[in-house]
Write a protein that binds this ligand. Structure first.
Ligand SMILES: Cc1cc2nc3c(=O)[nH]c(=O)nc-3n(C[C@H](O)[C@H](O)[C@H](O)COP(=O)(O)OP(=O)(O)OC[C@H]3O[C@@H](n4cnc5c(N)ncnc54)[C@H](O)[C@@H]3O)c2cc1C
Length: 407
């Protein structure tokens, strides 16, 4: 029988999927996914698509239903991706600006793509609703334990067990509990602005614009036009502390007026985000609890980009489950190499040995953009990385690299 208190916490759409399909929520599942955000739903999407999972009972837990457009993801890739059908806009060219350099780059064979959070959530949840083996529970996760190799999650007033739990909930406060040696925050505010006349070239995105003041530390704006009169404009910092809320608004206003030269516009939507940029070694697994997404170390420490790393991790985990039912993925040598590069950059940024504006300027000035994008994706080989290293000042980077190798 279905517990009545459990029934109360289910929302309508989940009752549809859990009850119309004649499957009952029990306390034991093959897999539980905690956190129905980017990582949780990316993994669920693979499970929906592969026949291996058709007879597996899967429970997804989140503190609340996903019905807001709470974030916009941008990333680059060469082919059609898993979420191609919901790509909201794509660009084949990007602009880079700093005070000493500006350039427009052709991205071929890459495309820079944008996915809106709400389209992503709806896409995965609509497909999940059609599967009788996928269940949802809405309640705050209080604890995850793995006693005798048996993962248990306590959420709301319930307790569930599973063969494996895939956890994307970050159980520490990135603002107030610095965990690593370097603990920068990538924090940003974005406005989706609409203008009465056509002012944007929707074919070119501004990837980074460092012409803004660097007084707070590494700071840039970016601009993503999705039509001739609509663009997402973001003001982003890599620093240790957040700004006051009004400071992001003032900076956005100033950027739009000064650099985009737009005075007449309306703000249609806003987004705000904080992403940890840390060398902290996120625990990959605890028994049969596997951490995924930002909680599983999938945020690139030196840039904050996460979306594509989450997709790679979701592919790796679902393939491993299909092939040998063992989703523990060992860290590769190349991941450790890129971890070192990230720490070197964090060392330089946090200790203010060189500004991020100058570093990215050198990277884009002295390398083809494809090499830079490949490097930021952890996809370069060592000979390409030597060229990247050769493009930044050795006097700054070598001591930082030795420091990271020795500690
Ligand atoms: C506004 C914003 C924009 C971003 N843009 C980009 C981008 O353009 N490109 C890029 O590569 N990366 C971007 N990122 C970084 C990264 O891709 C996202 O943060 C991504 O959502 C991380 O996925 P995740 O699953 O790890 O965490 P989330 O997507 O945050 O999912 C975690 C889930 O856990 C749930 N949860 C949390 N605590 C509990 C609890 N105690 N109990 C139950 N549920 C809980 C939350 O409700 C949430 O649904 C952005 C981040 C933000 C915040």
């Amino acid at each position: 029988m279905i517990d009545r208190s459990l029934r109360r916490t289910l929302v309508r759409s989940d009752i549809d999927s859990a009850f119309n399909s004649h499957t009952l929520l029990t306390n034991h599942y093959d897999y539980i996914i905690t956190g129905a955000g980017c990582a949780g739903l990316s993994l669920l999407y693979r499970m929906i698509q592969h026949p291996f999972f058709i007879d597996k009972q899967i429970l997804v837990i989140d503190q609340s239903p996903k019905n807001n457009n709470d974030r916009t993801w941008c990333f680059w890739e060469q082919q059609a991706g898993v979420f191609e059908e919901i790509v909201h806009h794509r660009w084949k060219q990007i602009d880079f600006y700093s005070t000493g350099y500006l350039a427009r780059f052709d991205l071929e064979p890459y495309e820079y793509k944008m996915i809106r959070g709400i389209d992503f959530y709806n896409c995965v949840l609509e497909k999940a609703k059609q599967k009788s083996n996928i269940h949802f529970y809405y309640g705050k996760v209080q604890s995850l334990t793995a006693e005798n190799n048996k993962p248990i999650v306590k959420a709301g007033d319930q307790q569930f067990e599973a063969g494996y739990i895939f956890n994307s909930i970050l159980f520490y406060d990135v603002l107030n509990e610095p965990k690593g040696k370097y603990n920068l925050l990538q924090h940003f505010k974005g406005w989706l602005i609409e203008t009465p006349t056509n002012v944007f070239n929707e074919h070119v995105a501004t990837f980074m614009d460092f012409r803004v003041s660097q007084n707070h530390g590494t700071t840039f704006a970016y601009m993503l036009p999705v039509s001739p009169n609509i663009a997402l404009v973001e003001y982003t910092l890599f620093t240790e502390k957040l700004l006051q809320p009004h400071e992001y608004d003032e900076a956005l206003k100033q950027y739009i007026e000064t650099y985009l030269e737009i005075r007449n516009y309306a703000v249609a939507e806003e987004e705000f985000g904080v992403i940890p940029m840390t060398d902290y070694s996120f625990s990959k697994a605890y028994g049969n609890i596997i951490n995924i997404g930002t909680a599983g170390g999938q945020t690139k420490a030196s840039s904050g980009f996460t979306f594509q790393f989450i997709q790679k991790q979701a592919d790796a985990i679902s393939n491993a489950l299909v092939n040998n039912n063992n989703p523990h993925i060992a860290q590769s040598f190349s991941q450790r190499r890129f971890g070192l590069y990230d720490s070197v950059l964090l060392n330089i940024l946090q200790q203010k040995k060189m500004g991020g504006d100058k570093i990215f300027e050198q990277l884009f000035k002295k390398n083809p953009p494809l090499r830079v994008l490949k490097f930021l994706d952890n996809e370069t080989n060592f000979s390409e990385e030597l060229k990247i290293m050769g493009s930044v000042p050795a006097a700054v980077f070598l001591p930082a690299a030795f420091n990271e190798l020795l500690v």
